[in-house]
Design a protein around this ligand. Structure first.
Ligand code: AMP
Length: 213
């Protein structure tokens, strides 16, 4: 059975890292709308030009744009045995659009994993988060250069404190309601995001088994 999952959680909770680990171990793609949008900004595509001003101030990019890019992405062959959506849906209209596209393709979601951590922890983590501008690897330790390619690490422009506060507000107002949206259908598995990478990934795996695998 195909593993189709949605990861929901505030920025900086570690969902990208956990989604990447799980996707790798299952041999399915991790679809991060944030990564796709950042790549579009970097390469200056039309999508990137439209998305940039929203991303820079910690606001959400319009539902239409992200829904179209996800519809495109999940139609690709590599999604046949499943996928992990990381950072999508982020609003109720996006969740409704996802429902419609999955229904149309007759491919149900296996479940929704929510990762949670206290706000103070998130603010601290994002303050020390650095990324490799070349390969996108994420570091929260005091590392200066990427272990994979030696590139000097940078801070994401939206990880600056004022933007982080805005992103957390946006999460509470627009994305958190999705927990309720999916809970009503009994699809939510809550995972505690506090702890080491291995501890959290152990919980993710346990939650996945709880979701039927
Ligand atoms: P992330 O890397 O998931 O934190 O996303 C970075 C930024 O990309 C967000 O702050 C939004 O501006 C934009 N973004 C990513 N995913 C979405 C989405 N599903 N809907 C709207 N905007 C998004």
């Amino acid at each position: 059975m195909a593993i189709r999952l949605v990861f929901i959680g505030p920025p900086g909770v570690g969902k990208g890292t956990q989604a990447a680990l799980l996707a790798k171990s299952r041999g399915i793609p991790q679809i991060s709308t944030g990564d796709i949008l950042r790549e579009a900004v970097r390469t200056g595509t039309e999508l990137g030009i439209k998305a940039r001003e929203f991303m820079d101030r910690g606001a959400l990019v319009s539902d239409d744009l992200v829904v179209a890019l996800v519809a495109d992405r999940i139609a690709r062959d590599d999604c046949e045995s499943g996928f992990i959506l990381d950072g999508f849906p982020r609003t109720v209209p996006q969740a409704e659009a996802l429902d419609a596209m999955l229904r149309e393709r007759n491919i149900p979601l296996l479940g929704v994993l929510t990762l949670e951590a206290p706000v103070e922890e998130i603010v601290t983590r994002l303050g020390s988060r650095r990324v490799c501008p070349r390969c996108g690897r994420v570091y929260t330790s005091a590392t200066e250069a990427c272990e994979a390619d030696g590139e000097k690490l940078i801070q994401r422009s939206d990880d600056h404190p004022e933007v982080v506060r805005e992103r957390l507000k946006v999460y509470e107002a627009q994305t958190h309601p999705l927990v309720e949206y999916y809970s009503k259908r009994g699809m939510v598995r809550k995972v505690d995001g506090l702890g080491t990478l291995d501890e959290v990934s152990g919980r993710v795996t346990a939650a996945l088994y709880g979701a039927g695998r």
